[in-house]
Design a protein around this ligand. Structure first.
Ligand code: ADP
Ligand code: ZN
Length: 612
């Protein structure tokens, strides 16, 4: 008889991966990182959201002697992280300010007795080294330090936390304990800063591919944002969980109210809400199925809910990094998901204005301005969005087939003449009248509208009055927006009025052409590309009933255990079970996401729900 060799037997890392986490292979660079850290080396890991960073430190923590200490800024999420691990049979605990004395004591004792595999701590609790937590760590045995959300150490970044700076002391105090820093923030500047500040120059640096193939990127002109949003939610994502990002607290409130009025389960989240409301909304979003969170960017860091099906932006993000990070919260489970952004003229004006009036020196304003330009270039491109996005992170790729420009290629058109008309209107107002106005007035003049404001300033006497009737008002707004985006026109002052800049001259003098993106007539719908590149196949129709039964069982179980549904099983795992219909516990155990502990705890119930 042939002896079938089980490679896991000679490979402890693979054995842990299969037994504890229920997966049969490492993904991307996980293997390299795990081996390096198990052997005692330091690592700096840049991997997109959903790429599988957690396993990079969880597997080594289980393989090395002592307790893996995870530094995480996300106090509110520690409980869920620990619950997730415990459901897998991993011994995990946390220490943070939300605990009372006796809870704390119990965790401390477990740590000292090495009855924990992983211990989560907040960065501030390490406080330069003299804190109770730091003294506790001195008395125990540490397998490794994992520094999660490591970009928080970067001072120019928007998530900067001063407490992270003190983490350089880990290296000095525990020179023999390997450290692994992890982040989803990809820019070179952040990468370098993490490396320097945490003294990781000699560490293994791993940069994973940044593509998220299951996310469909779409950027639409903003006409009636609420109606467009509602359309997206109703036709493509009914009953799905998702995040809607707005720039201001007021628009968060109003948008959430609007959605609730339309019968959609939506909750607001922004820094102006009190701590309790924020925590409540966040935990409802994580625990309940199908909630829509309307939020400012204060919401989201470390939200590892795997089944966020869409991320919608009603306002323009300030940078490509921000856009990538926020949209990256969709589809961690690998299932098809949508990243949708609506953007219009007002966004460009507002953001340029905000930069001009921002505090800080000229160098800082230049950084902000360059970031906005890159974001605008992504919005106005006629190329594949993903190609542009990945290029921003230094990664080459070819057209993806799963973004709006690939699905419905926009034409570019020669807008040189309209551009000249618009610029010369601004020029005439400036030269002949010494005036400056917002975009609306120039457009009214070009369209030959005798509004009160036109009459009051006698703008109907300008030679450009009424010369632009070939284009509609909406098209003119598109022209202004794209001129601003291409840097051929500027905005200035408190009211964001239009002004010429150095780049306007050559256009006015007919020394250069202006090409613009023509907006497609029909909005792109996801249906045509859904699943095009999904990591997990669509559910066959015959399995739909079984999937629903499994979901109902999961909801009841999660409720009974007081944990989010995804802690019990991910959607992707339930789909696979519904599709494969395993008849025995052994067969169930071979499905991705079903490890030994979950098999033992839930296996029979799953089979009953499946065949019931
Ligand atoms: P990140 O922290 O990088 O955002 P996670 O660690 O939360 O990502 O992993 C994202 C998802 O991918 C999780 O659902 C996780 O279970 C799954 N995953 C990670 N590694 C593997 C693997 N080797 N095989 C299968 N699934 C994996
Ligand atoms: Zn594309």
């Amino acid at each position: 008889m042939d002896v079938i060799e089980d490679p896991a037997l000679q490979d402890p890392a693979l054995e842990v991966l299969g037994r504890v986490f229920g997966y049969d292979a490492f993904r991307g660079p996980q293997r390299e990182v795990v081996d390096h850290v198990v052997a005692g080396g330091d690592a700096l890991v840049l991997m997109p959201t959903g790429g599988g960073k957690s396993l990079c430190y969880q597997v080594p923590a289980l393989l090395r002697d002592g307790v893996g200490v995870v530094v995480s800024p996300l106090i509110a999420l520690m409980q869920d992280q620990v619950d997730t691990l415990r459901t897998l049979g991993v011994r995990a605990g946390f220490l943070n300010s939300s605990q009372d004395r006796s809870e704390r004591r119990a965790v401390e004792e477990a740590f000292l007795a090495e009855e924990l595999d992983l211990l989560y701590v907040a960065p501030e609790s390490l406080g330069g080294g003299a804190s109770p937590t730091a003294r506790l760590l001195e008395r125990g045995r540490i397998a490794l330090f994992a520094i999660d959300e490591a970009h928080c150490v970067a001072q120019w970044g928007h998530d900067f936390r001063p407490d992270y700076l003190a983490l350089s002391m880990l290296h000095e105090r525990w020179p023999d304990v390997p450290r692994i820093a992890l982040t989803a923030t990809a820019t070179r500047a952040t990468h370098t800063e993490i490396s320097t500040r945490l003294q990781l120059d000699d560490a293994l640096h791993v940069v994973a591919g940044f593509d998220r193939p299951n996310i469909q990127y779409r950027i639409a002109p903003k006409n009636e944002p609420r109606k467009q949003l509602l359309d997206l939610l109703r036709t493509e994502h009914p009953g799905d969980a998702g995040i809607v990002y707005c720039l201001s607290r007021a628009s968060v409130e109003k948008t959430a109210e609007f959605l609730v009025g339309q019968g959609i389960a939506a909750l607001p989240y922004h820094a102006g809400l009190d701590q309790r409301t924020r925590a409540l909304h966040q935990s409802r979003f994580l625990r309940e199925d199908g909630l829509v969170m309307v939020a400012t960017i204060a919401f989201g860091m470390g939200i590892d809910k795997p089944d966020v099906r869409f991320v919608a932006h009603l306002d323009l993000p300030k940078s490509v990094e921000g856009y990538y990070q926020e949209t990256g919260r969709a589809g961690r489970d690998g299932l098809p998901s949508t990243a949708w952004l609506a953007y219009g003229l007002a966004d460009v004006v507002q953001q340029r204005k905000m930069i001009d009036s921002s505090e800080g020196d000229a160098a800082h304003r230049r950084v902000l301005s360059a970031q906005l330009d890159a974001m605008l270039a992504l919005c106005e491109t006629v190329e594949c969005r993903r190609v542009r996005l990945l290029a921003h992170f230094g990664q080459e790729s070819s057209p993806c087939g799963n973004c709006d420009t690939c699905l419905n290629p926009p034409e570019s058109w020669d807008a040189t003449v309209p551009a000249q008309m618009l610029l010369s209107t601004v020029l005439r107002l400036q030269r002949e009248r010494g005036q400056s106005f917002g975009a609306g007035q120039s457009i009214d003049i070009l369209l030959g509208k005798r509004t009160d404001k036109v009459a009051q300033h006698a703008h109907d006497e300008l030679t450009v009055f009424g010369i632009g009737t070939d284009l509609s008002e909406g098209q003119w707004r598109g022209v202004v927006r794209q001129l601003l985006a291409q840097g051929l026109l500027a905005v200035q002052g408190e009211y964001g009025t239009l002004a010429l800049n150095e780049a306007s001259g050559p256009v006015l003098r007919r020394e250069r052409e202006v090409l613009m993106r023509r907006e497609p007539d029909r909005p792109v719908r996801a249906a045509r590309a859904r699943g095009a590149k999904a990591a997990v196949p669509e559910l066959p129709a015959s399995a739909a009933g079984a999937f629903e039964r499994l979901r109902a069982w999961r909801a009841a179980t999660a409720k009974e255990q007081g944990v989010p549904a995804y802690v019990v099983f991910h959607d992707a795992t339930l789909r696979q079970i519904a599709t494969d219909e395993p008849a025995t516990l052994a067969a169930l155990g071979t499905i991705g996401g079903v490890g030994a502990t979950k098999l033992e705890r839930f296996g029979q119930q799953v089979l009953d729900a499946l065949h019931g």
